[in-house]
Design a protein around this ligand. Structure first.
Ligand code: LLP
Length: 425
C-alpha cells in the first residue's frame, strides 16, 4: 500500500498535487512518500513482533540521505555493500553499529573504514575474503565481527540477474563447505564469529522459496549455533512488490479483492516465524525493495508523439539513464497520467526516452493512456533500484529527488546542472 492517489482528478503524493510539484521542480523528477516508507517499515516490524528480529534496510535500493535518515529514526539498521554506502548511513545519522556489510569484493580501504566505524558484522562470501579480513583486522590491531553467507542452492523463481541463491551464482559459500569455513574462522586470531547469513534473490512474489531455503539450512544453522555460539541468523531481503497494478495496490480494498493476495509482510511472517522462533537466534532481515519500491515514482513529461509505420511512440524526457529497470530486467513500471481524465482514452504504444539506444524504453506495445505532448506521467514503483541505478549516460544530469511528508515538500537532492557534469574532469 502507498500514498499515491488521485484527488480531484490529479495524482497526489500524500497531500501534494504532483502537477504543481512538477511545475515547480521540473521533470524528470523522483518523488518519494515519507508516510509510505514509515508504514512499510512499521508493517513489517509489526508482522514480526513475536520474533526476536531486527530490520537492516538494504541501502542499495534507495540511498538518498533523507530516506536513510527517516529509516534510522525508526530504529532501522542497514545492509550495506560498499564503503560509500556506510559513509552515507553515517552522514544520515544512522548507527554504524547496526550495519552489516555484504558483497563479494570488499577492498582493504572499505574493510578498514568499516572496522574503524565498528560495524555490526561483515557478511563473508569466500574463504579468501575471510583470510583477508582477518589480516586487515590484524593490521589495525582489532577483531572483525563476521557472519558467513551460506548459499542454500534454491531457485528463487525470479529474474536471472537478481537470483542469488543458486550454486551457479557468485554469492555465498556452498552449503557443504560452510562448516569447514566456520572452523577456519574460529581459529583466526582477528575474527569474531557473530552469525550466519543468506539471501536468495530479489523481487520474490511467493513465500515458498524463502521457506524452502530456511528449511534447507535450518539443521546446519542450529548445529553452528551450538558449535560457534552464533548470535544471529540473517535471512536476507527479497520480499517482492506489486508492479503490474501499482496504482490500484495503494488501496487496502485492492488487497482484499485478490483471490490469491501477493506476498505481504503478514504472509511472509506467517510462513517464516514458526520455522524460526524455536531457533533462539536474533533474526535479521535485509529488505530493500519492499521498503522503498512503492514509496516512489518517477515523473516525466511527454515531449512528442511519433507515429511510425509499425508503432506509435510517446517520447518522454526521462531515459534509461534515469530508470534502467525496463532495459536491464524487463522490469514493468505502470504508466499513470497525472491528469486522471487522460485515463479514458487508451492506445497501444511504446513509451521511450531520448537516449540513443533501442533499449531506451519504459514500455513496448503496451496499452496505455493516450498521453499528449506536455502531459506528465508517473512511472510507478520507482522508489527502489531506480535513482540508485541512474547514470549520466548521454551527459544527462541526474534528476532531482523530492521527499513528501504530508503537505511538506523537501528537496532531498537538487537536480544536477551541466556544470556538475564536468566539475571532476
Ligand atoms: N541483501 C542482499 C545481500 C542483497 O544482495 C540484496 C539485493 C538485498 C538484501 C535486498 O534485496 P531486496 O529486498 O531489495 O529484494 N537492481 C535489481 C535488484 C538487485 C538486488 C540486489 N541485491 C532490480 O532493480 O530489480
Amino acid at each position: 500500500m502507498h500514498q499515491f492517489q488521485y484527488r480531484q482528478g490529479v495524482l497526489h503524493c500524500e497531500e501534494v498535487n504532483l502537477n504543481t510539484l512538477a511545475a515547480e521542480h521540473g521533470t524528470p523528477l523522483y518523488v518519494y512518500s515519507a508516510r509510505t516508507l514509515r508504514e512499510n517499515y512499521q508493517r513489517l516490524d509489526e508482522a514480526l513482533k513475536n520474533l526476536d528480529h531486527h530490520i537492516a534496510y538494504a541501502v542499495k535500493a534507495n540511498s538518498n540521505l533523507s530516506v536513510l535518515r527517516l529509516l534510522a529514526e525508526l530504529g532501522s539498521g542497514f545492509d550495506i555493500v560498499s564503503g560509500g554506502e556506510l559513509f552515507r548511513v553515517i552522514k544520515a545519522g544512522g548507527n554504524p553499529g547496526l550495519c552489516s556489510f555484504a558483497g563479494v569484493g570488499k577492498t582493504a580501504e572499505e574493510i578498514t573504514y568499516a572496522l574503524e566505524q565498528k560495524i555490526y558484522c561483515f557478511n563473508i562470501e569466500s574463504l579468501a575474503e575471510l583470510e583477508f579480513i582477518n589480516s586487515v583486522a590484524g593490521e589495525n590491531s582489532t577483531t572483525a565481527p563476521i557472519a558467513l553467507r551460506i548459499n542454500p542452492n534454491v531457485d528463487a523463481g525470479t529474474h536471472k540477474y537478481i537470483s542469488t541463491g543458486k550454486a551457479e551464482n557468485k554469492f555465498g559459500i556452498d552449503h557443504e563447505a560452510v562448516r569447514e569455513v566456520y572452523e577456519r574462522a574460529a581459529r583466526l586470531p582477528h575474527i569474531r564469529i557473530r552469525g550466519i547469513q543468506m539471501h536468495i534473490g530479489s523481487q520474490l512474489t511467493s513465500a515458498t522459496p524463502f521457506v524452502e531455503a530456511v528449511e534447507r539450512v535450518l539443521p546446519l544453522v542450529s548445529e553452528l549455533k551450538s558449535a560457534h555460539d552464533l548470535e544471529f541468523f540473517s535471512i536476507g531481503g527479497g520480499i517482492g512488490i506489486v508492479y503490474e497494478e501499482a496504482l490500484a495496490s495503494g488501496h487496502p480494498d485492492w488487497w482484499n479483492r485478490q483471490e490469491e493476495p501477493p506476498l505481504s509482510p503478514e504472509i511472509y511472517a506467517n510462513k517464516l516465524v514458526p520455522l524460526l522462533d524455536s531457533l533462539g537466534l536474533k533474526i535479521l532481515l535485509e529488505p530493500g525493495r519492499y521498503m522503498s519500491g512503492n514509496a516512489g515514482v518517477l515523473l516525466t513529461t511527454c515531449l512528442y508523439e511519433k507515429k511510425g509505420q509499425a508503432k506509435t511512440f510517446k517520447i518522454v524526457d526521462a531515459g534509461m539513464n534515469d530508470l534502467i529497470r525496463p532495459a536491464l530486467y524487463e522490469g514493468h513500471h505502470e504508466i499513470v497520467p497525472l491528469e486522471e481524465s487522460r485515463m479514458t482514452n487508451r492506445i497501444t504504444a511504446d513509451v521511450v526516452g531520448p537516449i540513443c539506444e533501442s533499449g531506451d524504453f519504459f514500455c513496448q506495445g503496451r496499452e496505455i493512456p493516450d498521453i499528449k505532448a506536455n502531459d506528465i506521467i508517473a512511472l510507478m514503483s520507482a522508489g527502489a533500484y531506480s535513482f540508485t541505478m541512474a547514470s549520466n549516460y548521454n551527459s544527462r544530469p541526474l534528476p532531482a529527488e523530492i521527499l513528501i511528508d504530508g503537505r511538506q515538500v523537501h528537496l532531498a537532492r537538487r537536480r544536477q546542472s551541466w556544470d556538475d557534469l564536468v566539475t571532476s574532469e
